[in-house]
Design a protein around this ligand. Structure first.
Ligand SMILES: [Zn+2]
Length: 348
């Protein structure tokens, strides 16, 4: 695989609603490799390849979790809101990039120093509303750089290779999925009309997938995203049984914790089709019921009069942190499965 391309995908800034350069980066990779490329008014990027009576939509989201400027105080310290699900305990001391209209500034998330905290304060979780971003700039400087309420903020993290074919970087959710779709589109000779959609605003409620599925009206929808690998300390196998390096997961059901509301119960025909193709192609897969999250497939299934949908996920440790770990092997196996799906007759 092309680690340098994945690096560019991972390191590109693209908080939900401010995906900016990510669709453009994907577009430049796909030019000449597909039949048609276009964007809609919200920034969803569509890539079409192949012909047929049936349309297969595949989606990967371009946005990442991040922050947005909520308030700037008189000294230039920035208070922020979250775009997407981020746990407070991973925010402190993170290096960030504040994307002003005229200048991008590095910064750090700070809070009161440990030394001046009272005994009970030291034991408490510091919530994000007690944190702030320090860029070193004054309020006037921030204004001159075009940094104000509504400016997006991303995390400053480089992609790094770990041992045994693992990679760590920010926004693997879902740039790894974007990479997989791009690579699959380049390799496949589709038997269907395949429309891959690189969606916006997934992390804030599957918004891009909702719009694009209604625009495309596919016969079948497949999302490619990342999922929770639970093969590390302090998580029991029954809590998250997916393991890194053992191949992509096929989602049977996902959604909110305790109810699986708001998610996807994958269509049995589409799911069976994917499992059969994986088996005959010698692609190792894992089956998954995921509590506490979902993918673009949950939105695609509800478009129009209902679209049979399913999801494939790349196992990832530390999902929704800024150091998400994936395996090159899983990524490669996911690409192989996507290629095979593009090249097989769809089941409905
Ligand atoms: Zn995702």
């Amino acid at each position: 695989m092309n680690v340098e391309l994945l690096r560019r995908f991972s390191e590109a800034p693209g908080v939900a609603g401010f995906e900016y350069g990510v669709p453009a980066l994907i577009k430049s990779e796909l030019e000449g490799a597909v039949d048609r490329l276009w964007e809609d008014k919200f920034g969803n990027l569509y890539a079409e390849k192949g012909r047929g009576d049936k349309t297969l939509m595949m989606a990967a989201h371009t946005d990442e979790i991040g922050l947005i400027v909520k308030h700037v105080d008189d000294k230039g310290f920035i208070r922020f809101a979250k775009l997407g699900g981020i746990a407070d305990h991973i925010l402190l001391s993170q290096r960030v990039l504040v994307h002003g209209m005229r200048r991008r500034l590095p910064g750090v998330i700070g809070c009161k120093a440990f030394h001046v905290m009272k005994e009970d304060e030291r034991r408490q979780l510091i919530t994000y509303d007690k944190m702030f971003i320090d860029t070193g700039a004054t309020k006037e400087q921030l204004e001159s750089y075009g940094i104000k309420v509504g400016t997006p903020i991303t995390f400053d993290r480089k992609l790094t290779e770990l041992e045994n074919g693992l990679l760590v970087g920010k926004a693997m959710d879902d740039r790894a999925g974007c990479y997989a779709l791009v690579d699959a589109l380049k390799r496949a000779a589709p038997k269907n009309r395949v429309v891959c959609v690189f969606t916006v605003q997934e992390e804030v409620g599957l918004r891009g997938a909702t719009m694009s599925a209604n625009a495309i009206r596919p016969d079948v929808g497949v999302a490619i995203d990342t999922t929770i690998a639970g093969d590390h300390p302090d998580i029991a196998e029954q809590e998250a049984s997916i393991k890194i390096g053992k191949g992509p997961s096929i989602v049977v059901a996902d959604g909110r914790r305790d109810s699986l509301g708001g998610g996807l119960i994958s269509n049995p025909l589409v799911r069976g089709w994917m499992m059969e193709i994986a088996e005959k192609s010698g692609i190792r897969i894992q089956l998954e019921v995921l509590e506490g999250g979902t993918t673009d497939a949950a939105a695609i299934q509800l478009a129009q009069a209902g679209i049979p949908s399913a999801a494939i996920s790349i196992p990832s440790r530390y999902v929704h942190s800024f150091s998400e770990v994936i395996s090159k092997n899983d990524l490669e196996e996911s690409i192989k499965l996507l290629v095979r799906l593009m090249e097989e007759k769809i089941p409905v």
